[in-house]
Design a protein around this ligand. Structure first.
Ligand SMILES: [Zn+2]
Length: 112
């Protein structure tokens, strides 16, 4: 399950940073997820809570900011937003190259 692996690496990083800051509790974690990163956000929330249990991140709020995918058309040189399974240029039908939407990173960790 992909989300579990994401949650595990997420918590690992959060705990490492919190330890560096000598935090006693993690309040909130904000992450940025591109809509092509293949992460089911509901599932990630669930896994995050599970993995955070019995750590200082237990009960922390996970905030997920989603980013729309963008792509660049090789033929008409247009850049536009694409849907999850949309891989042809809506203008000319040409081949497009994804240029965004694969983001998956921690934006902010709130500790106390
Ligand atoms: Zn095009």
């Amino acid at each position: 399950m992909h989300e579990l692996a994401v949650a595990e690496s997420l918590i690992k990083t959060v705990l490492e940073k919190s330890e560096d800051e000598e935090a006693s509790r993690v309040v909130k974690v904000t992450i940025v997820v591109g809509n092509l990163a293949g992460v089911v956000t509901d599932s990630l929330h669930f896994c995050f809570d599970e993995v955070a249990r019995d750590t200082i991140a237990e009960g922390a709020t996970l905030e997920i900011e989603t980013v729309s995918a963008t792509a660049f058309c090789q033929s008409c040189r247009d850049e536009f937003e694409v849907g999850q399974y949309d891989f042809a240029c809506p203008r000319c039908g040409g081949v497009i190259i994804p240029s965004g939407g694969m983001e998956l990173y921690i934006k902010d960790i709130e500790i106390e």
